[in-house]
Design a protein around this ligand. Structure first.
Ligand SMILES: Cc1ncc(COP(=O)(O)O)c(C=O)c1O
Length: 382
């Protein structure tokens, strides 16, 4: 200890439940590898249910790594402009692998087209369209693609006609303000009352935008293979859009702490870490070695690891989960002492695996195996 664990009984339940949530509207699910970062788990998800098809990854090197590990059908979720990476991806495309690069501006088209030409291949691309909504005084969503209107989308689609070595194969819109924002997160306080309302209005706004851009692309006879939407938190709304062909899901498989706060679903806590009690600073208090694995994004209490088992662990407000020392007050039912393990959950899904070389595989309450994370395979992409 500290060690990372994955309870595969709970993971398998999540895989089944997520497939069930997406059921009924003829959508496939693309696995967001950034929210997993362990090839053993990626394979396990893919092989468990036919609804899972392909991966969304987060860097060019990661895409090439996954190809080297025998994976295929990879959508880069974000633009890349590293020439060597694009070159190697074009070579992989030439070798028959299916990798789709993300673009949102003329510079991306120009760069990829020139490299694809040099390699002698037609490279598949996907346009990222912005799915945020601007309401009076509120930008509801994230800042990613500059394609914020149907007109801008059509303009970029038209630019494909000027290039010889790229194909418009996909369109993606990630509705972060629905997929990645829970309605019951205590850290959001009173905002929780308005979030459901804003979500509802935003869905109406962006789904129309996505529909119109997809219709335009189809009317121009581009070889459109995928229309990608969503994330773990938006399966119910994303699947209602008939023009969407697939939904991306990642975080729901491990179901980290931030995914406890959604109204429409609750998955099982399938991954986390164990830290060992090494001292007792005063009666009723214990201290673990390590534990300070804070998640990315705007910092706040909800970005700390969450104590999981045994129940009755409360972090101290002065130190919370520390770099080397995590003191806590304990009022739980079990007897604990120096040497024992305290289980925590990371607040986000994929970042857990950046902290550990291995995931200890748990089934029926016992550690039965140990598998490498990306980091354990010597890989660190971002
Ligand atoms: C482009 C894109 N699609 C989908 C997702 C959803 O992933 P998850 O299910 O892990 O929330 C993300 C997460 O950030 C993303 O960036």
């Amino acid at each position: 200890m500290p060690l990372a664990w994955c309870d595969v009984d709970l993971l398998d339940k999540n895989i089944t439940d997520i497939a069930e949530r997406a059921h009924g509207k003829n959508k496939t699910i693309r696995i967001a590898s950034k929210s997993v970062r362990c090839t053993y788990v990626l394979k396990r998800i893919l092989e468990r249910n036919h609804v899972y098809r392909g991966f969304m990854c987060f860097s060019g090197r990661e895409a090439l790594f996954l190809i080297s590990q025998g994976f295929d059908d990879i959508l880069l979720g974000y633009p890349i402009v590293n020439k060597e990476e694009i070159f190697d991806i074009c070579v992989a495309t030439k070798n028959g692998k299916k990798i789709i690069l993300m673009v949102d501006c003329e510079e991306h088209l120009q760069l990829i087209n020139s490299i694809a030409k040099e390699v002698g291949v037609t490279q598949r691309l996907c346009i990222d369209i912005d799915m945020s909504s601007d309401f009076p005084g509120i930008h509801f969503g994230v800042l990613r693609s500059p394609i914020t209107t149907v007109a801008k989308g059509k303009r970029l689609v038209d630019r494909f006609d000027s290039y010889t070595n790229i194909a418009l194969s996909g369109v993606m819109g990630y509705e972060a303000q629905v997929a990645g924002l829970g309605e019951m997160n205590p850290a959001n306080g009173l905002k929780n009352y308005v979030i459901p309302l804003l979500k509802k209005r935003s869905i109406a706004d962006y789904s129309k935008r996505r529909q119109e851009i997809v219709a335009y692309i189809r009317s121009k006879n581009h070889p459109l293979e995928i229309v990608n939407a969503g994330g773990t938190g938006s399966i119910e709304s994303s699947k209602q859009e008939d023009w969407v062909t697939e939904i991306t899901v990642g975080s729901g498989f491990f179901s980290p702490a931030l995914f406890d706060y959604y109204k429409q679903f609750r998955h099982f806590p399938a991954a986390g870490f164990a830290a060992q009690i090494v001292r007792k600073p005063k009666p009723g208090y214990y201290t673990c070695l390590g534990g300070g694995y804070i998640a990315s994004g705007p910092t706040g209490k909800d970005k700390q690891p969450k104590p999981y088992l045994p129940t009755g662990v409360t972090l101290t407000s002065n130190e919370a989960t520390g770099e080397v020392q995590t003191p806590f007050e304990y009022k739980g039912p079990e007897k604990i002492d120096i040497g024992d393990a305290i289980l925590f959950r990371h607040s986000k899904a994929g970042e857990l695996c950046e902290r550990f070389n291995d995931l200890h595989i748990i089934s029926e309450g016992k550690i039965i195996d140990k598998v490498p994370t990306y980091r354990g395979q010597g890989q660190c992409f971002l």
